[in-house]
Write a protein that binds this ligand. Structure first.
Ligand code: EPZ
Length: 420
């Protein structure tokens, strides 16, 4: 297994090109199941989760030709509708094939994804909505067995909680259903917006894109003419590198980024004292000389994203004063806290709220990554810790960050990937 060794970094300097969004790529790849012809998806991030979903599609019989940053997917050869445990257990977002497969083939078996480090991650809302649309669903021997005896039909769906992949699953299922489906309390993340936009460009009438109320007019089984497209930039990768600039007091520039997807993140960084120069697809951070403490509550888009919580918690250890970080979406998304405490951070946890007293000088040591975003928080801490920081189990990091160490090396960070 690999691990990352990070040496104390002076300031960073230069530009980082942001990759395509992992959390946009996954539903968009699943969406190709609805396509009549092959589709080429560009600006794909070269990360493990994308490879896992493409492997799943290949196992179902699709042809996936991956070349640098793009994939050519032909799902006309799919001859299997069972997503098996061996793949689904490695990536819960495999559940995104359920809606499209059911809509196209009328039957689907998907292994229950199981929990994950940050929480139980139920999919009850996905299943309840599909049943409302006419699916018959059984859970047997750890598998979701779904059939649609009379096809999927439109209906009025109200999500009890805002669910990103739940919204994506139902939007895709509704795209091929008979009649109109409305989704109330839909997710508005940019990744869901892009999925809706591509579907709309492929012949599906969708009203309310970008709002919490979506209305999807299904094609009644007619497959879609999906044209080649590029995935939007990864706003969480971008936010993570902005935190790298902030925590090391470095002026760095992000390219191939969408500033309008980072409103809440930029606003919190400004509250901490950082300023920015923005253009259409670049962000330059001008770091604060002395960071101020911050109060953060994670919520659904466009509010502050839970996927940036760990990174800001690391950042808060370097801010003057007491920061309060409340995690509202997931029940166990503070596993980075104990690792940061081992580096000397002064953090107290009370239920879903972390109180961080700064500024503390962190010291390098061996730490363990526990989930994707916690791993990036440990990288940020390692950049400013005295001594060496060795981050183990970085297979978590490789799921969602493309070439992280080389992107950081290119702007002056002393970081290397070694073998255990
Ligand atoms: C997506 O996960 C992202 N993953 C997550 O990013 C992100 O943290 C999360 O949305 C929230 O923004 C992908 O897009 C692949 P949810 P998802 O369904 O869709 C509850 C990362 O680091 N819920 O929006 O699985 C759930 O327990 C990953 O890139 C139900 O109760 O999250 C949670 O409390 C981590 N029942 C809340 O809703 C359901 O059926 C939000 O979950 C579904 C969800």
């Amino acid at each position: 297994m690999d691990y990352l060794k990070i040496y104390p970094t002076q300031t960073l300097n230069g530009a980082i090109e942001i990759s395509g969004a992992k959390n946009a790529s996954l539903p968009l790849i699943a969406m190709t199941i609805l396509a009549k012809e092959a589709v080429t998806i560009g600006n794909l991030p070269d990360v493990v989760d994308i490879k896992t979903l493409l492997k799943l599609l290949s196992k179902l019989g699709a042809s996936c030709k991956f070349s640098k940053k793009s994939v050519h997917v032909d799902t006309s050869t799919i001859n299997e509708t069972k997503a098996t445990y061996d793949i689904v257990k490695t990536m819960r977002a495999s559940i995104l094939v359920l809606g499209p497969i059911l809509a196209r083939f009328g039957h689907c078996e998907v292994s229950l994804p199981g929990g994950c480090a940050i929480g139980q991650r139920p999919i009850d809302l996905h299943l309840k909505a599909l049943e409302q649309m006419g699916a018959e669903i059984d859970i047997k021997a750890g598998y979701i067995q779904a059939t649609t005896p009379n096809g999927l039909h439109g209906c009025e769906i109200i999500f009890d909680k805002i669910t990103v992949t739940g919204t994506a699953n139902i939007v895709m299922a509704a795209s091929l259903a008979k009649g109109v489906t409305t989704i109330t309390n839909a997710a508005r993340e940019p990744e869901v917006v892009q999925l809706c936009e591509i579907l709309a460009q492929s012949g599906v009438i969708i009203n309310g894109i970008g709002t919490a109320m979506l209305e999807i007019h299904g094609t009644d089984g007619k497959l879609l003419n999906i044209k080649d497209f590029d995935v939007i930039p990864d706003r969480i990768e971008a936010g993570t590198y902005l935190c790298a600039g902030a925590i090391t007091k470095s002026e760095i520039t992000l390219t191939n980024v969408e500033p309008k997807h980072l409103g809440a993140v930029l606003s919190k960084l400004e509250e901490m004292g950082h300023t920015f120069t923005l253009s259409k697809n670049t962000i330059c951070i001008h770091p604060a000389k002395e960071m101020k403490a911050i109060k953060i509550i994670t919520q659904e888009y466009p509010a502050f994203p839970t996927d940036m919580q760990a990174q800001f918690l690391a950042l808060a250890t370097q801010a003057e004063g007491v920061s309060i970080i409340e995690e509202k979406l997931f029940e166990n998304r503070f596993m980075h806290v104990s690792e940061l405490q081992r580096m000397g951070a002064d953090i107290t946890l009370n239920g879903h709220t972390a109180t961080v007293s700064g500024r503390t000088q962190l010291s390098g040591t061996d730490v363990m990554a526990t989930d994707l975003r916690a791993s990036s928080a440990l990288v940020l801490a390692g950049l400013v810790a005295t001594g060496e920081t060795d981050i183990h189990r970085i297979y978590h990091l490789d799921r969602g960050y493309e070439a992280l160490e080389s992107k950081l090396q290119n702007i002056g960070a002393k970081i290397e990937r070694l073998k255990e």
